[in-house]
Ligand binder design. Structure first.
Ligand SMILES: Cc1ncc(COP(=O)(O)O)c(C=O)c1O
Length: 397
């Protein structure tokens, strides 16, 4: 289907919720994607931090085919072997004990908030209902996820959202006292994705942990974007000196197959008893088989270690750019979850980069975001940096 055709039919029949680039992506290979005319792009977005192993991981793709030939879906009325093995893997590789499987990040956060509220209720703390999130947070688009997302534009026109939610400034230690006896849970992204690649400082997260312990609030880490090796460890919390009570995951977990998860310490997880929560697709054979293969490949290939090394190199190159161009304010993020804050809207830069064969995107209006497949080669980074220099030069002149 050529681009014009795609736009004509798509605009007619698909609701207009996305601001799409003029590209029809047809296939991927390694860390590159190709459009329908065979044009090659170095991918610095990986389907928004999803295809962390790139597009050609042999084990992931083989598992997908083999599982599809066996069975794609059954239901949670039965035991599912790949679901059990994945749950065991997650418990062995994290500070948590039990998991609830969902299909997306939003669903995982929705379930995490429900779990925290139910946990407080089960231990006779019905007054602890307030969920505290961070300014510039993003947790998804369901009504609850939207409520804990700090973006008024996303909330406009939807009427009253659930009550008993509040915000504090990320990294502002003076606001931690806002967590009090009425606080049910605190939710934080260890590195904010949509909010502009801001890092939650370990000291801040440690203070959150301490205050949650003092008040009996549940600490939730949303690792939907920053987890699955993205920042240089399988789970982002591993680099913070803090163990959260609940972790939410999605995106990179299935390398493109939709899956989300809520991981929790046993004491809290026990509040999800028979009939308390559920979903048809959560934990289905196909998604869990592929997620298990994906996570095993992360370990086998030491993707966290590689990400740390390549991420440090990438950050160095971005810092050189920021030092050179007046329109660049600062480099943010860690691992291969990086951004440059510009003094102007980033979208025109994105468009010019696509014309030159590089897929990237912008977030928080003026931040260029780089979340490539974690298998990206330094040569691709060098190519992108060279083009970015040309584009920024054009934009400044
Ligand atoms: C940190 C974070 N939480 C939650 C979500 C929502 O996930 P999903 O789009 O899979 O519902 C996202 C998506 O970008 C995210 O970055």
């Amino acid at each position: 289907m050529d681009l014009q055709n795609a736009k004509d039919i798509g605009n007619k029949h698909i609701m207009h919720t996305y601001d799409r680039l003029d590209v029809v992506i047809e296939r991927g290979e390694g860390a590159k994607v190709y459009d329908q005319e065979g044009r090659e792009y170095d991918d610095f977005l990986s389907g928004i931090a999803v295809c962390n192993l790139g597009y050609s991981n042999e084990k992931v793709n083989r598992t997908l085919h083999e599982q599809a030939d066996k069975i794609i879906h059954t239901s949670n009325y039965y035991w599912v072997e790949s679901q059990i093995k994945l749950a065991e893997f997650l418990a062995e590789h994290s500070c948590t004990d039990q998991v609830f499987f969902a299909s997306t990040g939003t669903e995982a956060n929705e379930a995490a908030v429900k779990l925290a509220r139910r946990y407080q209720y089960d231990r006779g703390m019905e007054n602890k209902r307030c969920i505290i999130a961070m300014e510039d947070s993003f947790h998804g688009r369901s009504l609850t996820a939207l409520t804990i997302t700090d973006n008024d534009d996303y909330k406009e026109g939807f009427g009253d959202l659930p009550d008993d939610f509040g915000f504090i400034d990320l990294n502002d230690l003076s606001q931690i006292e806002k967590i009090d006896d009425c606080t049910c849970a605190v939710i934080v992204e260890p590195v904010q994705g949509e909010g502009g690649l801001c890092i939650a400082e370990p000291e801040f997260l440690q203070a959150l942990r301490k205050r949650c312990d003092e008040t009996g609030a549940v600490l939730i880490f949303d690792e939907i974007q920053c987890g699955v090796s993205r920042t240089g460890s399988l789970f982002a919390y591993e680099q913070t000196g803090v163990e959260p009570d609940i972790i939410t995951m999605a995106k990179g977990m299935g390398n493109g197959i939709p899956i989300g998860a809520v991981l929790a310490k046993k004491e809290i997880a026990e509040s999800f008893q028979l009939g308390v929560h559920g979903t048809t697709f959560g934990g289905n054979p196909l998604s869990t088989a592929v997620a298990l293969a994906t996570l095993e490949e992360h370990i086998r290939l030491d993707i966290p270690g590689r990400t740390k090394e390549v991420g440090a190199y990438f950050k160095e190159q971005l810092e050189k750019i920021v030092n050179h161009f007046e329109s660049c304010k600062e480099v943010r993020g860690k691992g291969l979850m990086l951004g440059i804050e510009l003094t102007f809207k980033a979208r025109p830069v994105v468009d010019k980069m696509v014309e030159r064969g590089f897929i990237l995107n912008s977030t928080a209006e003026n931040v260029l975001r780089f979340v490539p497949p974690l298998i990206i080669e330094k040569e691709a980074i060098d190519r992108m940096i060279e083009s970015l220099r040309e584009v920024l030069k054009e934009c400044e002149s």
